[in-house]
Every structure is written in C-alpha cells, then in structure tokens.
Design a protein around this ligand. Sequence first.
Ligand code: BGC
Length: 705
Amino acid sequence: MDKSKSPEKRADALVAAMSLDQKLHMLTFSDPPWFLYYGTAGHITGIDELCIPDLVLSDAGSGVAGLQYGTTTFPSGVAQASTWDPQLQRTIGRTIGAEAHAKGINVMLAPGMNIARTPYNGRNFEYFGEDPYLASQTAVSVIKGIQDNPVIADAKHYALNNQEIDRMTVDVRAKERVMREIYLPAFEASVKKADVGSVMCSYNKVGGKYACENPTLLTDYLRDDWGFDGFVVSDWGAVHSTAPSANAGLDLEMHAFAMPTPATPVTGTGGRFFDAPQLKAALADGSLSRARLDEMVHNIVRTMFRHGLFDHRTDQNAATYTSDVSTPHQAVARRAAAAATVMLKNRDGLLPLPKVAGGRTIAVIGWAAGPIGAMNSVSGGGSSRTGLPGRVVSPLEGITAQALENGDRVVYVDGSSQADAVAAAAAADLAVVVANDGSSEGADRPDLGLHPGICVTIFCQNLPIDQTDLIAAVTQANPDNVVVLDIGAPVKMPWLDRAGAVLVPWYAGLQHGNALADVLYGKAEPGGRLPQTFPVDEAQASFPAAQYPGVGGVAKYSDGLLVGYRAYDAHQRTPLFPFGFGLGYTTFDYRGLKVRPRGRTVKVSLVVRNTGSRAGAAVPQVYVGFPKKTGEPKRQLKGFRKVRLDAGESRRITIRLSPRAFAHWSTKRDSWVIEEGRYKLFVGPDSRTFPLKGAVRLPRTLLAK
Ligand code: BGC
C-alpha cells in the first residue's frame, strides 16, 4: 500500500505475498455472478488481508448500464463518434467514469470499437462507425475520459467481432493486412495512445481459433507489437479451454452464470474453464506454468494499482446501489446529444424554427416521440442497455417545453391510425415525425427498414408498427415536416424527396427530447457528421453470403480493405449520404491549402471561413490517396478537426498527419511501410466533396509495429 512505489513494484510485492488459492481466486468471477451482484456484469471479491479491493465490472459505452439504478444514459457509441469532437468525447467518457466510481464500479466494459463492416450488424450502435481512423480517435478520447477516474476502461470486442449472426462461433478469415489496417487500429490506438487498462477478447474465432485462445491476437499483436501491459478479460462465456487460453494470453475469465465444473456449456456459449480445480489440474499436468499463472495475476493487480483502485477504494452496498448519481450530468448528456445529431437535409433553411408572431401549431407524430417509445430508443438492446433507465425526456416532452417558451402549440398523435396522423400533419404549420429502429446485441438487423423495439431490462422485442408508411404519409400531407430517426445504423429513406428536414440523433440517451428541441429551435446546432455511409437500398449494402454472414461457419473477409466508403469509392457507387456528411445551421468555405512535410509528419493547413449568418462548427476532413502501387483504397480519412467559428469569422487551422497516415501494412516486411511516391491529399466537408486538393512526395520509410 506504499503509494511512493511504482505499480510494477507494488504488484511484485503483492503477488509474492499471495498463496496459490488467493492467486486462483483473482482469475475468475466470484459468486453471486452477473446481475445478482448489485446489478453489475460481474465481480471478483477483494481479499481483505491483502488489501485487495473488489474488482467490479459493469457495462458499457453509453453509461453505467445493466441492472443499474440512478445512472445517466448518454448518446450511444455511434453517436459519440458522430460528434467528431475529441474534447466532448473525453468529457462523455470522464462523466461515465465518474458515475461508475460513485456506483462502486471500477472496470467499465467500454468502449466497443468494432468496425461497422456491414450496416446490418445489430451492435453497430455501440461502436464508432466504419472508419478505423475515426474509430481510433474516438476510442482514445473516450478511454482517456473514463480513466481520468480511478476506473479501468476496456477495449472490446477484440477482435473481428463484426456481426451478431453466429457471434459465438463464426470463424472470421481475414488477411493480416486487412486486420492491421481496418479492424485492429482502434485497439492498437487504445493501447498505444490511451493506455487502456483492459482488453476484452470476443466470442468469435479468428483464423480458426477462438479469439480468447488466439496467441496471435492476445500476445503477438497486443503485447509484443503494441506494448499492452493491462489485462485481457474474456467476453462473458467466450472461453473454450484452460491452458490453451491462459497460454495464449487470456488473464481473466468472465461468465454470466456460475456453472458447475467441469464445464457445462450454456446454449451457444463457452463453458467455465478458469475455476480453481481446472487451473490446478493444468498446473499439475504441466500444461500451465507457475510463471504464466503469476504473470496473469500480476497483469490484473498491476493494472489495478496503476489506475488507482487500491488507493481510491469504492464500496458496493445497498446505499451506493440505490443512490442517484445522474443529476449533475444531464447537461453533458444534453449537449452531447445535440452535438451528435446529424442533419441530412434542410430544405430552404426550414430549420432552425424562427419565432413566429401568434405562434405555430406543431404536430408531433409517432410512437417513438411519446414516453414509451422514447424509453425504448434511449439506447440499443443487450448488455449495454440500462435495464432501469433514469428519467427519459421524450421528443414530445422536450418539444412541448420549448414550444411553450416560443408561443407555439403542440398536438400529439402516436401514429397508430395513419388517417389521424395525416389529418394532424395537414392541419399543422409543421409536422415532426419521429421513428425508431431497435437494433440489439444478439441479432443482426433483418434489413435496412425501421423496426421499433420494446425493451424489458436488456432484452428487446420488435413491434409490428409500420413507420416507413407513416413517414411517407406525413411528409406527403405537409411539406413543412421534420423526420427524426432514432436509429443505431443506416436505414433506407424511400420518402426522402418529400422530407423537409431529416435529423438523425441516433440513440440519444436520457436527454433526447431536450436536445432535439434545442436543435429544432436553434439553441444548439446539429453538430454530427456521419460515421457510417447510408446506402440507397439493400442492393448497395448487401454482401455475398460467403463474406457475410458466412457459409459453413466461416465468414471470409475477401472484401479486404474495401469497407464502408472505401467500397463505395472502389465500385463507383453513389450512396444516399456519404461518410462524413452532415449539415449545420451555417455554411463554410475552405481555402488556402498548404501542405508541408515536417520531418516524418505532414502539416496540412487551410483557412476555414464561416460564410453564413450564425456561429457554427465545421469539420474539415483530410483524406489521403496513396500511390497506385501500394494497392490501397482510393481515399482514406487520416485527419480532421472540429472548428467553431462565429458568423463571418475565418481561421487558418492545421491538421497534422502522422507518418502512419501514409503507411500500409506489408506482411512481407512484417512492418508498416511508407512507399516512395506521391500522396494525394483531399480536403473537404465529407468523403465525397473536396474543395481543396494537394499532394506530397515522401521517401520510402519503414515504421515500427
Ligand atoms: C457482451 C459484452 C458485455 C458482456 C457483459 C456480453 O454478452 O458481448 O459486450 O460486456 O456480455 O455483460
């Protein structure tokens, strides 16, 4: 307990003082398991005589979830990425971490950072979109924020866990280059740039081996190449062996169920393999060494020391469990929800709504706008969902409050009768129709339609409401309409031509309604830019079965590097809305591009000018076009910056591109290589619009792993 010693030294002393049974105790979860322990995802009881505190683990990315009470649901992962705002992301992470600490939780099982390879993945809402650079930047900010507290963050699900169909068994086959360039960078950045304390190995197999017993992933890449010095925790029930998993690099096994040993697998999941008798048997038959066992324990307690868990103890008890820790954080949740909202269309500046003399009548339409619907789209379903959510501000409630302030009147129809909805829309000055799609862990989306869900604790069930027809009818009935989509991933918009404005707040959390009203009335700008391409239709988004969801239990990632916008560019497909796109309440122009190599980095600078009449934020994005011989996709995001400017203001900003921005993975050289040649630079407001273009010549360079 001597704080003047390093975490390494303190862990050395502790492990030396532990008995074998005490060591084994640290490698698997304690009873009672899962939610039965204060609604958390699981825990390891502390060891009092050694001053080891309880290790208490909880989901997840949009806030302290599970069967928790009195915590804030923030905008989901996809919404956090959608802000393109590292400072705000860090604030969100820090606030989530503070709530965790106040609730006696010291490991947050967040953030999730799997790449949105397909819009059908049921868990895309938890993740940071389709681009490895954006996902990396977001992950780093959120992790730093969580770990600003005495709380360990967790980079999950490592790795290539990009679908929920057959999620426990699917064997993903991807080339090393594809893994290193597309699917692993967010994990790599979490380790190298955010010092993440833990990494969760996923359910699926990678290259024929379960992720939790995969030495290439858990040791070669993670520890040897990236220098990870935290602990690896299994996804809940993702372990399939004792010694092979321990030797591959797994440190801690978790499961939702305390099943008897030897392992009895629960439907589809792995069994239990790190129980004391099993680990002792592995030691006895020599398949597991004492040295590796000590290392596993060392990894866990060293991380606990490093992140202050011994020095800032928390308590799990009835008082912490029932305390409400959310009240001071509603302002952050509200600001984040508006900053994440992507405005896709705004015909003739329909939004923001000006004050009108005598007030206007606003028809608020849709089940999703009301209290029950809003409660169900506060987040997606599954482990990241708060089973006992706090007070949700519905769109109806939020709009009504600000309508009153502005002298407007609100009428509400839930849309169960289309005729009533159409009549209300036609009679109103403005129709706001809110629809949702209920994506969830454990299932992929059946299509790109809107399937609202009703959620009981963490489980959600689809409801048979046709919202697409409702939107079509409402947008037909009144051209002054706003379509609001509470979704976790892209949807089709067959009614788009008749929409006045389209807003995508994603799953926006508890403050959804207030943030939406802020955006409608212009108190806040819709600050989001798409972290995922929106396809026109299913044909654009579909995969050959061998690629997704796989054939014979194998998913071949033969789409290679062509994920998301990289595929649209390569196949010259025009999406409905491109990656990076989003409108605000003002306009910008970009001028004066300068490209200057400075040692091994390249400085890109440009002048951004706010050409409109309101303050607002631009998000200039820098895409790199590699020399042909590298075989890289046409353009790839490598830098961006969110810049706030007053009306008429202009500023020269600099975006620094690191050497890695120009490197591709060479399996032959086993290293990152910058090929000699001319690299094009494309700068603009989204992945398809480039007012500025430049280039830089670079010499051949090898970079460290
Ligand atoms: C999920 C993880 C989660 C864990 C604990 C699993 O089913 O895949 O994301 O952290 O449960 O709840």
